[in-house]
Ligand binder design. Structure first.
Ligand SMILES: NC(=O)c1ccc[n+]([C@@H]2O[C@H](COP(=O)([O-])OP(=O)(O)OC[C@H]3O[C@@H](n4cnc5c(N)ncnc54)[C@H](OP(=O)(O)O)[C@@H]3O)[C@@H](O)[C@H]2O)c1
Length: 110
């Protein structure tokens, strides 16, 4: 009996750990972003890439700001495959040239 309770307790603890620590909280918003333009830096991988996909699925026009053109283009292909959004623009920039980057964005996309 004790062993069964111990195993059940461990299963419950593992479930709580998974829900709270591994999965964590997720955004429940259904807000749509049609007509909005979003620049996501570091969007060729990790959190930035996931953020770009989610924003695009919500209808935003997403500009990927990546420091490597090659990695940015590769991410763009992945994001296009994962997303239902048609409005994508790829942009590569060295983040040390923020002013140039900003001017280009204003000239091309605003
Ligand atoms: N992953 C998590 O669970 C987690 C949780 C909490 C906080 N964070 C923090 O959130 C941030 C992003 O996490 P992540 O997991 O998405 O990281 P990641 O996968 O390492 O992505 C980092 C992104 O930032 C770019 N980057 C790195 N150093 C840079 C620099 N010096 N100048 C310009 N761009 C640079 C990378 O570009 P390249 O590909 O060209 O290197 C890449 O696009 C990190 O600061 C991390 O500590 C992450």
């Amino acid at each position: 009996m004790f062993f069964i309770l111990l195993v059940l307790g461990l299963i419950v603890l593992a479930y709580i750990f998974r829900q709270v620590v591994v999965i964590g909280k997720s955004c429940k918003s259904n807000a749509k972003l049609h007509g909005k333009t979003v620049i996501v830096t570091g969007s060729n991988t990790g959190i930035g890439k996931t953020t770009a996909i989610v924003l695009a699925k919500r209808g935003a026009r997403v500009i990927l700001a990546c420091r490597s053109k090659q990695r940015g283009e590769a991410a763009l292909e992945d994001i296009k495959r994962a997303s239902i959004c048609r409005f994508f623009l790829s942009f590569s920039a060295k983040l040390v040239r923020i002013k140039d980057f900003s001017c280009t964005i204003q000239l091309c996309y605003v």
